[in-house]
Structures are given as C-alpha cells and as structure tokens.
Ligand binder design. Structure first.
Ligand SMILES: [Zn+2]
Length: 422
C-alpha cells in the first residue's frame, strides 16, 4: 500500500481510506430465477436463493420491495417527490400468489422485510419463492410507463452486508440498500415487441434471454418498447446504451465509455468490463445498479452528461466496492461525485469547473454530511449534504496533487475491490 500522510488529509478522505479492514463476506449466495414477462404489467417470477455459511440467527432476513408499492402509505417516496415519482397519481402494484418453499419452514412479512425460518441450520440452504407482480405505473426504480418496465429490487435479497445480517427498512430518501454480492443466473422470457436491457452476460434464447451476472449486489432488468440502441467499446470495456432517441443513446454510450477509461486509468479495473445504460423516464436523475444504470431522459444535455459519468463512477464505488448506503450514504456518493468532477475538470474544463463551483455554492453551511439516511428531513437536504458538501470537500483534496489524491483513491479501491467498506 502506498504510504500516505493522513495528517495532511482532511476528514473526508481520511474517513474513506481509514475504514477498518476489508470484510470479505464468508457466506456464498447463488440466485436462480425464471422471469416471465406476461404483459406490459404482469411478471411471473420463480426464484431460488441458495446460501451457505449463513450467520447464526433466529431467522434469515430478506429484503423484498414490491409489497411497498401496494399502498400510498408504504410507497418509498417523500411527499415532496411524489408528483415527480407518480406523475399520473398513485397506482397500486400487487404481489400475487406469493408462495415460499424449499428450506422455508415459515415466513413473516413486514414492510420490505421478509423474515424466514429455515427448516434446518447449516449447510447450503435453498429458499424458493414464486409470485406474480403487477407492476405499478410510476417513474420510480420499480415501475412502468409507456416506454419502460423497470424491474429493480424485484427479487428477494438476503439482508447480508459484510457477511453479517443488516435489516433496514426502505427509507424514502437516498439509496436505502446494503447488500453483499451474489451470483445471478436468470432466464427471461418476454413478449415480442419488448427489448431486454440487462447487465452481465446476456445470451438470446427462443422468446427471451439468459442473464449471468456474477458478484452483484442486485440484478436489475428493464424491458423497453422500441428503443434506439448504441454500443461503444475500447477493447477493455463495452457499453450498451438504450434511449427513446438515437442521439441520447449515442451520447450516453460514448460518455460512459470515455469516463470508464478515465476511471480505469486513475483508480483501477472494476469488477466487470461492461455497462448497460438505460435513458428512460425516471423521477430522480439517475440510479446505479450492478452493471446497469438508469439516467432520466428529462434531464438537460449538460445534466445528463454529469449524470452518465456519475452513474458510471458507481461501477467503482458501489458495484466493485460495496458501502452501507443506509448508515453511511455520503461515502459512495461523494466518491462517485468527486470522480465525476475529476473527469470533467480534466476532459472538459469549463464545464467541470462550473459543476464544482455550483456544488460549492450550494452547500456553504453544510458540515454534518456524515449522517445516516434516517436523519435527513428532505431530499433537498440530502442532496446538498451528500452530492454538494461531502463531494466538494473530498474533491478539494485534489489540490494536494494528483499523485496523492488518486493514489489514495486507487489504494482504497484495490484494498476493498470485490468486497465491502465498513
Ligand atoms: Zn450516485
């Protein structure tokens, strides 16, 4: 490890680099799922989660988000963001015919938590769930509109982070997720006229595709109607972008590829060598998943550019290195945002400087950015604190010189790559 004088480094980067040691999760998780898209709104899912070396506990906790979309009261959105999240008003989703089998002896659902009592302890346990989703109309992570059927967070995920159980309610601000990686193998079938946007290795089959996504904290699929597609590759990394118009797909693909090359050079190789970018109706700018990101198609050209690069940076800070985004939401966001600042300050200086100056101006009095998600009162408060205050404080450390700045980031990345920071 490169030696760094931490006394020189103000608190943000010191906290980033001085986490306790990397915790490689002992449990192993394999997820096998048959996903049958029956129509524009109905999706049948049959999923088996195989897990070994699980921690001891009274029960095995899973996070399963679709039930939250069944009522306005449990919908994970603030009142302030509701109009953007549900531009056509609230539409209730449903989870139909939910059944559990395999090693599930009993289960209880509360909010997004699915607590399972296993039939036995130890060894490899096989948890099976079958259900049909009626996906609601909205502009959220999980939902649908006339262009996209967004299947984020639609599979039950083991509440494991760093090999330990962590049960979190789904908060309406930020990205309330913290999961260890699993290997996903999906068989997806869908009607003609839909295009599957998926992460990982995708192979076409009769009526659909198989998806293999290794070492992933989530597995998100999007079904699109008549998208324009653009691909870009530099031999080491490949991007496939989808959008409602060709120019947006082309721009997203080229920018994601260019920024991925920059981050690879400055920080190191990420855990995967491909990214799928989906430009689609979305209420919150952008969203990172493993090997796939959302970018809102309502953004201005400059905001979309910043968003594409920020979400691409999450391939390093989230996908390759996991963070507890509920307890410490500022860490991966400040890292991704700082990397976005660095990319534009080097590649398109006037625009880059404007981005940094705007973020500094937006957060002059914010110092308490080390709050857990539960302590934010509004999305605006969260944005100022995490994307502006924390990110600009971290990026200001670049004044120490690129060798120290990127040296610290790349050392930190190399230490935690493929695991989590906690
Ligand atoms: Zn982000």
């Amino acid at each position: 490890m490169r030696r760094i004088s931490f006394a020189l480094l103000p608190v943000v980067i010191a906290a980033c680099v001085a986490f306790c040691g990397c915790s490689q999760a002992d449990p192993t998780i394999d997820v096998y799922a048959d996903v049958t898209v029956l129509s524009d709104e109905l999706v049948a899912v049959s999923v088996r989660v195989e897990a070994s070396s699980l921690p001891d506990g009274e029960y095995v906790p899973f996070a399963f988000y679709p039930p939250l979309f069944s009522s306005r009261e449990t919908l994970p959105v603030t009142d302030g963001a509701f109009a953007a999240a549900c531009p056509d008003g609230f539409d209730a989703g449903e989870v139909l015919d939910f059944r559990a089998g395999g090693d599930v002896a009993a289960y209880a659902q509360s909010g997004c938590l699915l607590r399972v009592c296993p039939k036995r302890r130890g060894g490899t346990l096989s948890f099976c769930f079958d259900y049909t989703l009626r996906v609601p109309v909205n502009a959220m992570r999980y939902g649908r509109d006339e262009f996209a059927l967004r299947l984020a967070d639609f599979l039950p995920r083991l509440c494991l982070f760093g090999g330990e159980y962590r049960e979190y309610d789904c908060l309406p601000i930020g990205d309330p997720f913290a999961f260890d990686a699993a290997d996903y193998r999906l068989r997806v079938t869908h009607p003609d006229g839909m295009t599957l946007a998926a992460p990982g290795e995708v192979a076409a089959t009769e009526g659909g595709a198989t998806v293999y996504l290794a070492d992933a904290r989530d597995c998100t699929l999007v079904l699109l109607k008549d998208p324009d597609t653009a691909v870009a590759s530099d031999g080491a990394f490949a991007v496939t972008a989808y959008a409602r118009d060709e120019a947006k797909a082309r721009s997203a693909a080229d920018l994601a590829l260019s920024s991925a090359a920059y981050f690879r050079e400055k920080i190191g190789a990420p855990v995967r060598d491909a990214l799928t970018v989906v430009v689609l109706p979305f209420y919150a700018g952008g969203m990172e998943y493993c090997g796939l990101v959302y970018v809102a198609d309502s953004l201005s050209a400059s905001a979309a550019s910043a968003c594409v690069v920020h979400e691409t940076a999450h391939l390093w800070w989230y996908d390759s290195v996991g963070f507890d985004q509920v307890a410490e939401p500022w860490k991966d966001e400040a890292l991704a945002q700082s990397c976005m600042f660095a990319y534009f300050c080097d590649k398109l200086p006037p625009f880059g400087y404007t981005l940094v100056e705007s973020a500094v101006a937006a957060s002059p009095a914010v110092t308490d950015f080390r709050r857990p998600l539960s302590e934010y009162g509004s999305a605006a408060d969260y944005h100022r604190s995490v994307y502006c205050a924390a990110a600009t404080k971290l990026y200001a450390l670049r004044s120490l010189g690129d060798e120290k700045f990127f040296g610290a980031l790349s050392d930190f990345f190399a230490d935690r790559r493929g695991g989590v920071a906690k």
